[in-house]
Design a protein around this ligand. Structure first.
Ligand SMILES: Nc1ncnc2c1ncn2[C@@H]1O[C@H](COP(=O)(O)OP(=O)(O)OP(=O)(O)O)[C@@H](O)[C@H]1O
Ligand SMILES: [Mg+2]
Length: 265
């Protein structure tokens, strides 16, 4: 099992060879809305075992990670390495078999189902590979939906702000089938932002997009980290994603086997 000391030993810092297109996506202002001090997410000895027939499948095998607040962290690893399981345990969509998940200092593995739902609704935005938009609702209505569920005041203004942030002001009335994959993912990102979450969990968000569109979406995520001060944890198979993130965690068989940082300045 990779303990945190091993993890530190394995950590390496990537050289400063950041491609120009990634640098171009960075804002010129260096004023982050959230200081990089403090932890957004911490998992300690996280285990998730699934029963399959008579066998236990260990999706996470004592996984300990830390994600600093205000950072964008990518999670890589081959299929079946536990990436989605990790995100689901952090987001409260799945319950770990044992171990601790702490988000912004709060031990979410101790929360009741009701408290977990509330926490998730208020603090976490999810983005999925398949967008997961409601097909009968317009872009605006999809973004407004979580605000409606939360009973938020002033939700039309907030939904418009989020659509504007992702560059879709003029597409507000369109339904998902009238928009491209990249536009649909922008709507999904706007929806994830609607409730002003502190954390975005994105599972393979560029998995269904071509390279150019993926880069547009990744530049958008970079802007969101920088201007909104949100922490992002993102799984991906796509090597392009790893160019944009602040830090990469690599999983294998439910364990952390490597960690490194990109240096943009
Ligand atoms: N609900 C489930 N029931 C049984 N086994 C599961 C379940 N969910 C995940 N697993 C198993 O747990 C392991 C980790 O799965 P997970 O989906 O987290 O991997 P992943 O890294 O996200 O893979 P991919 O890159 O293909 O999305 C796999 O062996 C998978 O078969
Ligand atoms: Mg997955």
């Amino acid at each position: 099992m990779a303990d945190s000391n091993n993890t530190e030993r394995m950590a390496r810092t990537a050289s400063a060879g950041v491609a120009d297109h990634v640098r171009a996506a960075l804002p010129s202002s260096n004023g982050k809305a959230v200081a990089e001090e403090g932890l957004a997410v911490e998992t300690i000895d996280l285990v998730r075992a699934y029963k399959v027939g008579n066998n236990d499948v260990l999706a996470l095998r004592g996984l300990s990670i830390q994600v600093k607040a205000g950072r964008w962290v990518g999670v890589k690893g081959r299929s079946g390495s536990g990436k989605t399981t990790l995100l689901n345990c952090i987001g409260g969509l799945d319950h770990p078999t044992s171990g601790v998940v702490r988000c912004f200092g709060r031990e979410i593995t101790r929360l009741s189902d009701g408290q977990l739902t509330k926490w998730r609704r208020e603090q976490v935005g999810f983005v999925f590979q398949s967008f997961a938009l409601l097909p009968t609702l317009s872009a605006f209505e999809n973004v407004e939906l979580p605000l409606r569920i939360a009973g938020a005041k002033d939700r039309a203004r907030r939904a418009r702000y989020c659509l504007d942030l992702v560059g879709l002001t003029r597409w507000a009335k369109h339904r998902p089938y009238e928009m491209s994959g990249g536009q649909n993912q922008r709507v999904a990102i706007a929806r994830a932002l609607a409730n002003r979450p502190k954390l975005i969990l994105a599972d393979e968000p560029t998995g269904e997009l071509d390279t150019t569109t993926s880069r547009d979406i990744l530049a958008l995520f970079r802007r969101i980290v920088e201007t909104e001060g949100i922490t992002i944890l993102m799984t991906s198979h796509d090597p392009i994603v790893l160019e944009y993130v602040d830090e990469v965690l690599e999983l294998s068989d439910g364990q952390l086997i490597n960690r490194w940082e990109n240096q943009f300045e």
